[in-house]
Design a binder for this molecule. Structure first.
Ligand SMILES: NC(=O)c1ccc[n+]([C@@H]2O[C@H](COP(=O)([O-])OP(=O)(O)OC[C@H]3O[C@@H](n4cnc5c(N)ncnc54)[C@H](O)[C@@H]3O)[C@@H](O)[C@H]2O)c1
Length: 61
């Protein structure tokens, strides 16, 4: 099992990528600022962190 960070995972492409990774048994964290995406789009089972890629160092350890 791998650990993946999917940026933009509340959006169209990212949410599908995150869902496929979860389906394959991986651990997924989604980082998204919800500027155009929706929290409801984050697939179940993914950890969701609201934040900007530019600030990733501040929101992810
Ligand atoms: N076929 C369809 O039904 C369909 C539907 C929607 C979109 N599309 C296509 O998909 C493409 C767009 O999809 P996408 O997934 O690239 O865009 P998107 O806008 O759906 O996803 C981008 C995600 O990144 C997030 N984001 C943006 N800037 C960020 C930042 N600085 N830090 C953190 N998160 C940030 C947004 O909140 C959003 O959730 C386009 O080509 C569009 O035409 C197709």
């Amino acid at each position: 099992m791998g650990k993946y960070l999917v940026t933009g995972g509340a959006g169209y492409v990212g949410s599908v990528v995150a869902a496929h990774l979860l389906e394959a048994g991986h651990q997924v964290t989604v980082l998204d600022d919800l500027s155009t995406g929706f929290a409801a789009g984050v697939p179940e089972g993914a950890e969701f962190v609201r934040g900007r890629i530019q600030d990733a160092g501040e929101v992810l350890d």
